[in-house]
Design a protein around this ligand. Structure first.
Ligand code: HEC
Ligand code: HEC
Ligand code: HEC
Ligand code: HEC
Ligand code: HEC
Length: 366
């Protein structure tokens, strides 16, 4: 345990950093970063009730040894603190500051990430000329690259299936070739203080957004997917084309857990009162060794052995979906296309289950 006395600081006492420190401690100096991180999905990775339910199911179905596998990513400090009973505050902070900033190196060899994490008091990060009396600092090129995310966003299970492939999807995309790393889209620079100016005035006035928005942000979903609706009449039929494109994500959409889905729903209501529907689903269906389709996270992470079908949109991909419906000449119709993002099947409340992020409407004149 190292204690630093801060000359001129407004603390009533010294700041004491533990070997593995709570985010709240880091936030006494890095206030703006703490505020953003607190609203992130990372901060809830262990607390998340969906994760808690899935963890219970994993233990019931596969025994207590399954637990540590899940905690590796959802409570990554446990491996180093031995807090398997989950009693420490920092454990409940999930993907917390000190884990990411104690990462010394990351490499990915044949789809398997290897991490070196050392809680030695030196915080690694992207600043080349940082200097802190509170802890050691070291410039780390890994923190400016996608590799820093790979440890938890690329995963092969014991059954041999690559369950999470966000890193390798990115590697295969044109974004990797252009050196557009995860941080460009998930950690935008914003004006804020790296350190509370009362502690230290630093020339840097921007920080990287630690909220790391993803599919739980409508704004991100809208950046990711574009869509265009066109109508044509032919021989008593209405032909509807929806061009769907992954224009803004540096990986497949949806990415990550195989249970994430994007649905395109089409509805046609004609002037005579007849209605028609069409649908396309973008997802990756995975099955176990017996070919049984898996539909819950605890099973997917442990038992998935094969991809049965992958209909997701690759980075940069455009796909035209065509539908035809009967529509006699002289009858008008309203056409509506709606895109939905589906989260976890474990979700209890409708808003946690799915969100509608894009709606297009057109009128087919008589
Ligand atoms: C008492 C104040 C204080 C506390 C507490 C504190 N830091 Fe810092 N930290 C600083 C200062 C000052 C700098 C230097 C900023 C500069 O010079 O640009 C810094 C720099 C950093 C950097 C940048 C390193 C680099 O080279 O990019 C990281 C990362 C960091 N801190 C992480 C943490 C983490 C994680 C914690 C909690 C475990 C923490 N800090 C706790 C004051 C503090
Ligand atoms: C999921 C990993 C992760 C977590 C959790 C995380 N950081 Fe960071 N942090 C990063 C990365 C990556 C960068 C560098 C981004 C870049 O330069 O592109 C960074 C940058 C920083 C910097 C340098 C200034 C800046 O914004 O570039 C400081 C200081 C810092 N983080 C402190 C913290 C503190 C304090 C917390 C917790 C409240 C925290 N970090 C949580 C990954 C993380
Ligand atoms: C220590 C493991 C770990 C690291 C390192 C990590 N993540 Fe995550 N990340 C997770 C976990 C676990 C979740 C899911 C949490 C949940 O939903 O319960 C997640 C979720 C996310 C999400 C989804 C947000 C949403 O809206 O649902 C995004 C985006 C994300 N991470 C980006 C990143 C980026 C970018 C990096 C690298 C800078 C990174 N992560 C590094 C473990 C990690
Ligand atoms: C060109 C911009 C871009 C790059 C580069 C990028 N992402 Fe994303 N990412 C997005 C957008 C936009 C979304 C929202 C759409 C979605 O959720 O599929 C997203 C969503 C996500 C999600 C949410 C998935 C879920 O299940 O909730 C995760 C996790 C994620 N990204 C991680 C990463 C990681 C890790 C990298 C780097 C290896 C990365 N992203 C690179 C733009 C990008
Ligand atoms: C290699 C890291 C890793 C491991 C191991 C892991 N997860 Fe996750 N988990 C993630 C990431 C990353 C996400 C969400 C973002 C995404 O889809 O990419 C996630 C998402 C989830 C979700 C959905 C949460 C939500 O809010 O929608 C559940 C539930 C879940 N995991 C349960 C588990 C269980 C149970 C285990 C163990 C059997 C496990 N995870 C093992 C990284 C991991």
């Amino acid at each position: 345990m190292i204690t630093w006395l801060l000359a001129g600081a407004l603390f009533s006492g010294p700041v004491t950093l533990d070997k593995i420190s709570s985010a709240e401690m880091c936030g006494r100096c890095h206030r703006d970063i703490l505020r953003a991180w607190k609203t992130s999905v990372h901060a809830e990775a262990l607390e998340d009730p969906l994760f808690q339910d899935a963890l219970d199911l994993a233990v019931t179905e596969f025994g207590v040894q399954a637990r540590s596998g899940c905690l590796k990513c959802h409570a990554p400090t446990v491996q180093y603190s031995s807090d398997t009973a989950l009693v420490k505050k920092v454990t409940w902070e999930g993907v917390t500051c000190d884990f990411c900033h104690s990462l010394k190196s990351v490499s990915v060899v044949s789809g398997l990430p290897r991490l070196l994490v050392e809680f030695d008091g030196v915080k690694t990060g992207p600043l080349k000329d940082a200097l802190s009396g509170a802890h050691g600092v070291a410039f780390s090129p890994v923190h400016t690259s996608s590799l820093v995310c790979a440890g938890c966003h690329e995963y092969r299970n014991a059954a041999g299936l690559a369950v999470l492939t966000t890193y390798s999807e990115w590697e295969a995309s044109s974004y990797a070739a252009k050196q557009t790393h995860c941080q460009s889209c998930h950690m935008a620079a914003m004006s804020a203080n790296v350190v509370d100016p009362k502690i230290k005035r630093v020339k840097e006035t921007t920080v990287n957004l630690h909220q790391m928005p993803g599919s739980h942000s409508i704004e991100q979903l809208n950046k990711a997917i574009g869509a265009r609706l066109t109508l044509a009449r032919e021989n008593g039929m209405l032909k509807v084309n929806v061009e769907v494109s992954n224009r803004g994500a540096g990986h497949m959409v949806p990415t990550g857990s195989p249970l994430r889905q994007v649905h395109l729903e089409l509805r046609v209501l004609d002037a005579s009162g007849k209605s028609y529907q069409g649908e396309r689903v973008y997802t990756r269906k995975v099955v176990d060794r017996q070919g049984r389709e898996l539909a819950a996270e605890h099973e997917v992470f442990v038992e998935a052995a094969r991809v049965k079908e992958d209909t997701r949109l690759k980075a940069g991909e455009r796909r035209v979906e065509s539908f035809t419906f009967p529509l006699p000449p002289g009858v008008s119709a309203n056409v509506r296309a709606q895109l939905w993002y589906y989260y976890s099947p474990l979700a209890q409340i409708e808003q946690q289950k799915k969100v509608s992020f894009l709606t297009l409407a057109q009128y087919a004149a008589p």
